[in-house]
Write a protein that binds this ligand. Structure first.
Ligand code: COA
Length: 247
């Protein structure tokens, strides 16, 4: 039996779900049978039990979240994949036009959901990065490098992960991943808010997307990117008691 679908994101809105990836065993036992055969095969290829369980928790929660919007059982949610591996709902997603993206870091995943336009999300656990200056020098644009180096040492971990998650969210909204080229676009790194400053050589291109920071909770940096304007990011928790997998 399925309940009425949960209202999806309205125009100009993105829903971001925070999903703990180390849920109690009973939640995993509900999630696992909802996975497709290829997802279960992927789960079995992880080298450690922790990584396997986190993959099952992420994909299981993703299915459960999308199922509540679609009004179907989680096992009925069907995915297709872009040329660079970005998952999407198969066909037109039962007419929903829902778009989503998933990201995980350590014990947390974020699932971003938009309607009728592409969305990308990234999350990173804040941690010391011993080679931050080298990584920034190699992967960030000259403008991003200058902004990073303008931060005093104690602020650099936060600036690094703000920049990283903002860049990654943009890579993921396009679906191109690293094939897009990390120097082909530029973001802000400051605490004053995320912005896409440049995309390629077209001065109008950056205005076709919106980049926002997401409150993923203490100890994490996160960002979301969408096609077009973004009025509101609504962050929700996927609570353990809701993880029955039933809709
Ligand atoms: C998949 C990719 C886009 C992100 O990988 P990642 O950072 O390791 O992992 P994340 O947790 O952010 O995202 C993984 C999820 O993104 C989704 N995904 C996979 N390919 C994707 C693509 N091409 N575009 C958007 N999303 C994609 C999947 O749902 C995947 O999770 P799942 O396999 O459990 O379903 C990767 O191909 C990539 O390009 N990584 C860039 C890493 C990097 O160097 N970033 C530098 C930023 S400065």
């Amino acid at each position: 039996m399925t309940a009425d679908p949960t209202p999806g994101p309205g125009p100009g809105e993105v829903h971001v779900w925070r999903v703990p990836l180390d849920p109690p065993e009973p939640a995993l036992a509900v999630y696992e049978p909802t996975l497709s055969a290829d997802e279960r095969a992927r789960a079995d290829r992880f080298r450690t039990g922790v990584l396997r369980r986190r993959f099952v928790a992420g994909r299981g929660a993703l299915r459960a979240i999308l199922a509540t919007y679609l009004g179907v059982a989680p096992g009925r949610v069907a995915f297709a994949y872009g040329d660079h591996g970005k998952p999407r709902l198969d066909g037109d997603g039962l007419g929903s036009r829902l778009e989503f993206n998933l990201a995980h870091s350590h014990d947390l995943a974020l699932c971003a959901v938009a309607r009728g336009r592409a969305v990308g999300v990234d999350v990173e656990k804040l941690r010391p990065v011993t080679e931050a200056v080298r990584i920034v020098g190699r992967y960030f644009t000259p403008g991003e490098q200058a902004e990073f180096l303008s931060h005093p040492e104690p602020d650099r971990v936060a600036a690094f992960f703000r920049g990283w998650t903002r860049k990654e969210a943009f890579l993921k909204v396009t679906g191109l991943g690293l094939s897009a080229g990390l120097d082909s676009f530029e973001v802000t790194l400051g605490a004053g808010g995320a912005a896409l400053l440049r995309v390629g050589d077209d001065p109008a291109a950056a205005g076709r997307w919106t980049l926002r920071d997401v409150d993923a909770g203490p100890g994490f940096a996160a960002a979301v990117a969408v096609e077009g304007e973004l009025a509101r990011v609504t962050v929700r928790d996927r609570e353990p008691e809701n993880r029955s997998g039933k809709v």
